[in-house]
Ligand binder design. Structure first.
Ligand SMILES: [Zn+2]
Length: 426
C-alpha cells in the first residue's frame, strides 16, 4: 500500500490516492474518501448485482467483528477467508473494524485483557488471542487493531482515559506480534488505534506511541458524532494528525455527517466509514444536500441537490444558522428530507432533480412515500441506492474542491444550503 499525496492544503487537508491495495496490489482508493459500509459483507438492502449497478463504489469494503465474531467456527471450517465466504466480495479490499459505527455498543465491558463486541446473539468477549484467531479466519487486507475505546462517554476521568491509551498500545503490541507470526495474515496491514478521549495530552501521546509501531495506517477512535463538540473534535484531530507520518492513511471512525466530514478533512483525515447513508435510509430519509460548486452558470443547478435546495428553501425547510441541531446519530439532520411526511404524498418529482441514480431516474417522491408508509421492502432498496450515490457524489465534489482550491466555497455551500454551522452539534 502506498499513499501518494498530490496536494496538502494549508491547515491539513490532503488530496491523493492510496495505491497498491489488496493482496495483489490491484486496487486504489482516492482520498479523502470513504469505505463501503456493510453488514457481514453485504450493503444493507442491496444485492451484489444492485450494488454494482451503482457507479464508483469504494474499492474498500468494511466488515465489523461485531457481525463476524459469532461465525468464527464456520469461517475456520471454511478456511478461505471472509472474501470468498461472502460470495461477490472477490474483487474488493476487505477492511475489518472492531465495532459497527451505526450501532453504539454498551459501555462497561472492557478489562485489561479483553474487549467486547455485540453480535445478534449478545456479547462476545475477545482476548487478543481470540481477536487474532478471528482475523486469521477472516483474512482481511486491512484490520483495526484491538482497542479500548470506551472513553467517548461524558465524564470519563483522565485516569480512565490514560488507562485506555495504555491498554490500546498493549493490545497493539500483542496483535503485531501475532500478526508477524501468522501465515494467513501475510501481506495484510494492521491499523493502529489512536485513543485519548477529550484529553489533548493523551491524544498526542497515543498518536506518537502508535506511530512508532509498524502499522499500515491509523484509526482515530472516540470522535463519533454525539461524543463531543465539533470545534473540540477538530482541534483534537488536528493535534493528532500532526503527530502522524505523512505517508500513511488516517481513518476517522464514527463520523459521517457531511459538515463533520468536511471539518475533519480540513484537520487532516483521509478516510471515513460510510454508515451515514444507511442511517438516513433506516429513518426513511433521502439525502438532498447540495455540493454543487460549479462556477459555470450553464451548469449551475444541474448537480444533484441544487433544485431541491431551492424548493426546500421556498418551503422553509432549510436549516438556518442559529437553529438547534439535533444530537447523536439517530436524529434527522439538515442534509436529508423525511419521505414519510405527508407533504410528499402527492409530490411527483424525483428525490433529487438531476440525480442520475436508478431511483431518481425511475421513481417519484410520492411513490417512495407510499412504499414507506406501507412498509414495502423496496423503499429501503431504492433509498439506499440514492443515498449511496449521493454520498459518493459528495466525496467526489470534496476532492474536486481540494484540487481546485474551492474548499471554502464548498463549505459555504454546504453550510448555507441544507448544511449546518460547523461545530454546533454536541
Ligand atoms: Zn438519486
Amino acid at each position: 500500500m502506498k499513499l501518494e499525496l498530490s496536494r496538502v492544503v494549508q491547515g491539513g487537508a490532503r488530496l491523493g490516492v492510496l495505491k497498491g491495495l489488496g493482496r495483489r496490489g490491484q486496487h486504489s482508493l482516492d482520498v479523502p474518501g470513504c469505505l463501503l459500509y456493510t453488514h457481514f459483507g453485504t450493503v444493507p438492502h442491496l444485492t451484489q448485482d444492485t450494488l454494482h449497478a451503482i457507479s464508483s463504489i469504494p474499492s474498500v469494503t468494511q466488515v465489523t467483528l461485531s457481525h463476524v465474531a459469532e461465525h468464527q467456527e464456520v469461517l475456520e471450517e471454511f478456511k478461505d477467508g471472509f472474501r470468498r465466504f461472502a460470495a461477490g466480495l472477490h474483487d474488493t479490499v476487505v477492511y475489518c473494524s472492531l465495532h459497527d459505527p451505526a450501532t453504539p455498543c454498551p459501555a462497561g465491558h472492557t478489562t485489561n485483557k479483553t474487549v467486547s463486541v455485540w453480535g445478534s446473539g449478545g456479547r462476545i468477549e475477545l482476548t487478543a488471542a481470540k481477536f487474532m484467531a478471528l482475523q486469521r479466519s477472516i483474512q482481511p487486507d486491512w484490520y483495526q487493531s484491538m482497542a479500548d475505546g470506551e472513553t467517548w462517554l461524558n465524564n470519563t476521568s483522565r485516569k480512565r482515559v490514560r488507562k485506555s491509551v495504555d491498554r490500546t498500545l498493549a493490545h497493539l503490541d500483542e496483535c503485531l506480534l501475532a500478526h508477524k507470526n501468522s501465515q494467513e495474515l501475510e501481506g495484510a496491514e494492521i491499523f493502529g488505534v489512536v485513543e485519548g478521549g477529550d484529553v489533548l495530552e493523551e491524544r498526542v501521546r497515543s498518536a506518537r506511541e502508535t506511530a512508532k509501531r509498524p502499522v499500515g495506517g491509523f484509526c482515530l477512535d472516540g470522535f463519533q458524532t454525539g461524543s463531543m463538540d465539533g470545534a473540540l473534535r477538530t482541534q483534537l484531530v488536528t493535534a493528532v494528525t500532526k503527530e502522524l507520518p505523512e505517508d500513511k492513511p488516517r481513518l476517522l471512525q464514527g463520523v459521517g455527517r457531511p459538515d463533520e466530514v468536511l471539518a475533519c478533512v480540513g484537520a487532516g483525515v483521509d478516510l471515513f466509514e460510510a454508515f451515514f447513508p444507511f442511517l438516513v435510509t433506516e429513518r426513511g430519509g433521502a439525502l438532498c444536500f447540495s455540493f454543487d460548486i460549479c462556477p459555470d452558470p450553464e451548469r449551475a443547478g444541474s448537480a444533484p441537490g441544487a433544485e431541491v435546495d431551492e424548493e426546500r428553501e421556498a418551503a422553509g425547510e432549510t436549516q438556518q444558522k442559529g437553529d438547534p441541531i439535533e444530537d447523536g446519530q439517530t436524529q434527522m439532520t439538515p442534509f436529508e428530507i423525511n419521505l414519510k411526511e405527508t407533504r410528499y404524498r402527492e409530490d411527483f418529482g424525483a428525490l433529487v432533480e438531476g440525480c442520475g441514480c436508478y431511483c431518481c431516474r425511475n421513481h417519484t417522491r410520492a411513490y417512495l412515500h407510499h412504499l414507506l408508509v406501507t412498509n414495502e421492502l423496496l423503499a429501503g432498496v431504492l433509498l439506499m441506492i440514492h443515498n449511496t450515490c449521493h454520498y459518493q457524489g459528495f466525496f467526489w465534489a470534496l476532492r474536486e474542491a481540494l484540487a481546485t482550491d474551492t474548499l471554502p466555497l464548498l463549505r459555504r455551500r454546504l453550510l448555507s444550503k441544507g448544511g449546518s454551522p460547523e461545530g454546533r452539534n454536541k
